[in-house]
Design a protein around this ligand. Structure first.
Ligand code: SF4
Ligand code: SF4
Length: 377
């Protein structure tokens, strides 16, 4: 029983990762409220310290609170004590699963989406001779923008002729739901397959895939396609008269500490002819778009709250982001465009006539893309 522990120096009989995370928050959080001011979930439930001492995290009911946190990491970014409340909430989720209380039914669409991404039907590895680097576009970009995904691959192959392409899910949904054992079984299998083909580096487009490969990639070099595009002057090459005007950049939260990719995006936008206007929350202090941590499945008002905040900060300016999931989510409340649409479909992006696939057609798109790549390699 963790609830009701006295403040100050604490100790736990079994120092599980959850116990260690609770202990750290209880011992070091000064309740300065820097994090609660920025987060509706904390504003409602209290400072991380008050949550840590006020809840019994052996109770499945109390554990469920962690699924209302979007795991965005803003609390860690603003904490003067360098604490990581987001990691505490992830550990609570993991404990919830370990204790057998997790309800997969609640997250069925997300779990099905992830499973299909790793299935034989949807996954594919196109590995040309002497291939050591692969483009890993993730699930959402190929589903919503199959032609652009192919154009990205072709563009990248001009810089790296032996570049391969791997269509697969990185299994971040399970990671964030706390299904740690399942996540590792899937992701480690993918890593083994890449290693068996001699792959040494991965080019990513999705922030979630990037974070997973960086954290668990066992020595694989990881770089984003945006950095490659910027380094090769793609913004200048593709600049057209249609690209101009002020835009705001929504940095996806998995990239909050990634200065090189943040700079590459702003460089690409400037090269395209846009003026980037700063928002209050950006770069290291960026906000969640609302989709993070699958909060929308259990607390849609918190998810919506993040998106509304973003809309307010952008004012009437268009948002540009570099995550297909953020683009979908934010587009519900304010005009938002993916950087790859500005690069590869500038006219449609400028006229707001982009035809972004949704729902079941995204699955069909992924199968069609897979067959187009099979034919190419
Ligand atoms: S990770 Fe994000 S949603 Fe969760 S407590 Fe921190 S700021 Fe709030
Ligand atoms: S910002 Fe850090 S010290 Fe301040 S209340 Fe949040 S976790 Fe505690």
């Amino acid at each position: 029983m963790i609830a009701g522990l006295p403040l100050g120096k604490t100790s736990f009989p079994q120092r599980t990762p959850l116990a260690a995370a609770l202990e750290e928050i209880i011992d070091r959080c000064t309740e300065c409220s820097a994090c609660t001011r920025n987060c509706a979930f904390l504003a409602k439930n209290g400072t991380p310290k008050s949550i840590a001492i006020g809840f019994d995290f052996t109770s499945p009911l109390h554990q469920q609170i962690a699924y209302q946190c979007s795991l965005c990491g803003l609390c860690a970014a603003v904490c003067p004590e360098q604490l990581e409340p987001d990691q505490l909430f992830l550990e609570i989720r993991r404990q919830h699963v370990k204790d057998g209380h997790f309800s997969a039914k609640l997250y069925r669409p997300l779990i099905a989406y992830e499973s299909l991404g790793s299935s034989r039907l949807f996954s594919w590895a196109a590995l040309p001779q002497k291939c050591e680097t692969v483009f890993f576009p993730g699930c959402t970009l190929p589903g919503t923008r199959p032609t652009v995904t192919l154009q990205m691959y072709q563009q990248l192959r001009q810089a790296i002729p032996s570049l391969g392409m791997v269509l697969h899910c990185c299994s971040k949904p399970s990671h964030d739901l706390g299904r740690t054992a399942f996540f590792h079984s899937r992701f480690d299998e993918l890593l083994n397959r890449l290693a068996s083909h001699g792959i040494r580096s991965v080019l990513t487009a999705c922030p979630n895939c990037t974070k997973i490969f960086r954290q668990y990639g066992q020595g694989l070099a990881v770089q984003t396609v945006y950095e490659i595009f910027h380094a090769h002057g793609l913004g200048k090459t593709l600049a057209s008269n249609t690209s101009s005007g002020e835009v705001c950049v929504h940095d996806p939260c998995p990239f909050r500490d990634d200065l090189p990719v943040q700079s590459a995006i702003r460089g690409l936008l400037t090269d395209l002819g846009h003026t980037v206007v700063d928002m209050r929350h950006q770069k290291q202090r960026t906000l969640c778009c609302g989709e993070g941590g699958a909060v929308g499945f259990v607390k849609p008002q918190f998810a919506q709250g993040w998106a509304t905040l973003r809309c307010q900060e952008a004012g009437k300016r268009k948002l540009v982001t570099y995550c297909a999931g953020c683009t979908n989510f934010l587009n519900r409340v304010t005009p938002t465009v993916h950087i790859v649409d500005l690069l590869f479909r500038p006219e449609a992006a400028a006229k707001d006539t982009l035809n972004i696939a949704r729902g079941p057609s995204t699955y069909l798109n992924r199968i069609i893309l897979k067959h187009r790549i099979k034919k190419m390699t």
